[in-house]
Design a binder for this molecule. Sequence first.
Ligand code: FES
Length: 223
Amino acid sequence: MNNSKTVTIELEGRKIRVPEGLTVIEALWDTGHDVKRGVGCLSGLCGACTVAYLEKEGRKVKFGLGCHKVVEDGLNVIMLPYFPARLARYLLESMENPLMQLAEIYPELYTCNDCKACNICPEWINVAGVMKAAKDADYETATGHIMDCIMCGLCASRCPKGIAPQHVALFIQRALAKERAFPPNLQKRLDQLGSHQFTAEWDSIATMGDEELEVKCRRPEGA
Ligand code: FES
């Protein structure tokens, strides 16, 4: 990056000067780190790039996403490794009432003592609140809180009871969706895809050059 201003940060334990304005991942690349693992969408969506950092004069380590966190002078930051978490196996289609089986699928949920260690979410989700609602069988509240989850697993890395809140919440979301009527607009689109209604158009898009694509994607005036 062509930027004359620099900041000094401690990156993976090494003091280093990097151009200001970079994200942590960009700073790693800029300083020759060959980071592939832990980098996915670069847009705050995939949850692959969790980091722990201490700001200058900061007293408390914070957590975030390497593709979002912008470097600043005095920042001390590391990328966090993948953290293992138990992922239960289940076949939703074969379950009559999946929510009734939550205790069987994720029994560890009921050992949660609301210590709130899991409240380190880079998406600012109140994870402990989600787990409490799930334990209390208030599933609508639980899923309402969890919509922004990007499955990074930071919460699971902190739980002293071995709960993986992201997996528990995903099960609840799936179970609730199963109970609800299938959205008619989604069914319509699936039927269209199933009958190959868009195949010819997609094939033509796949062979277009940049200019043609730009024209194709341009929103018509007044649309
Ligand atoms: S790389 Fe996907 S969330 Fe950061």
